[in-house]
Design a binder for this molecule. Structure first.
Ligand SMILES: [Zn+2]
Length: 245
C-alpha cells in the first residue's frame, strides 16, 4: 500500500482507478482507511503532490488511530493488546549478535529481547519480533476457540489456516476450509469468539442472509456488540503490522 508522510505521521492509502472519473478525489472510510479515486490514465507520480496539498484536510478528517506515529508505536511503554488485555512494550538489545529475538509476556509487559546488532534498527526489529509472537499466539489460541464452538454451532471446519489477509478477519470456503487473520488475537476474547463463530456458522449458511445471523445469534446473542467493536477497531489492529520501512 502506498503511503504519504505528513509530519511524523505515515498514512497509507489505496489507489482506485475509476472509468468515469475526471479528477482525483480523496475519501476516508468509516474505519479510517484513505482511498484516492483517480481517472484511469491519471499519472500516479503527480499524486503525492496532490496529497501533500490536501494534507491539512487529510489530518483533520483522520481519526485518532488513523494518525500513526511510528516512533511512538515501537518505543518503550507503547501499548499493545492480547485478547483485549493491555501490555506495555519494553525492548532491550541484550542478546548476542545473530541470536533470534525473543518475546515474553509477563507482569503486564511485553518484553522484547533483541540482539545487539538488531538494536540499531530497533523499531523495525521490534515490529518483526512482535508479529512473530502474535502469530504464535494466534496458532495457540484460535484452534482452541474453534474446538470450543464446534459443538455449539454443530459443525467444525475441514481444515484451518492462520495467515494474514488484507481486509478479512476470517473466511470459510465452500469445501469447509476456514482461515483467520492472526491479528484478531489482539481483540477481546468475545470479539475473537464472534469471528470464530461467524466463520463456523458459514459452514451451515454460506451467505449473510437473515438465516445466517439468526443461527449466529443462537450461539452468541450479543454478537452485534462485538461486530461493531471490530468495525471500530479494525484499522487500529492492522495499522502497526502494515507499516513498511
Ligand atoms: Zn461472513
Amino acid at each position: 500500500m502506498p503511503q504519504i508522510r505528513i509530519g511524523s505521521t505515515s498514512i497509507s492509502y489505496i489507489i482506485e482507478p475509476r472509468i468515469r472519473r475526471q479528477y482525483p478525489a480523496i475519501q476516508i472510510d468509516a474505519d479510517g482507511q484513505m482511498r484516492v479515486l483517480v481517472p484511469l490514465d491519471y499519472p500516479l507520480d503527480g499524486l503525492e503532490d496532490l496529497l501533500v496539498k490536501k494534507s491539512r484536510w487529510i489530518l483533520k478528517h483522520a481519526r485518532v488511530p488513523f494518525a500513526f506515529d511510528v516512533a511512538k508505536q515501537f518505543s518503550d511503554g507503547a501499548e499493545f493488546t492480547i485478547l483485549g488485555e493491555t501490555v506495555r512494550l519494553l525492548a532491550e538489545g541484550c542478546k548476542r549478535q545473530g541470536e533470534r529475538p525473543e518475546v515474553q509476556r509477563r507482569d503486564g509487559l511485553l518484553y522484547v529481547a533483541l540482539s545487539t546488532d538488531q538494536a540499531s534498527g530497533r523499531a523495525e526489529a521490534v515490529q518483526q519480533a512482535l508479529i512473530d509472537w502474535y502469530r504464535t499466539q494466534a496458532r495457540m489460541v484460535l484452534p482452541k476457540r474453534v474446538d470450543r464452538y464446534t459443538a455449539a454451532v454443530g459443525i467444525g471446519p475441514r481444515g484451518l489456516k492462520i495467515s494474514q489477509y488484507t481486509s478479512r478477519w476470517g473466511f470459510c470456503r465452500a469445501d469447509g476450509f476456514i482461515a483467520f487473520d492472526w491479528r484478531i488475537v489482539q481483540a477481546p476474547e468475545r470479539v475473537v469468539d464472534y469471528v470464530v463463530v461467524h466463520e463456523l456458522t458459514h459452514r451451515l449458511y454460506p451467505h449473510h442472509r437473515p438465516a445466517f445471523w439468526q443461527a449466529l445469534a443462537t450461539v452468541l446473542p450479543t454478537y452485534a456488540v462485538q461486530k461493531a467493536w471490530l468495525q471500530d477497531h479494525a484499522s487500529a489492529l492492522r495499522r502497526w503490522t502494515e507499516h513498511t520501512w
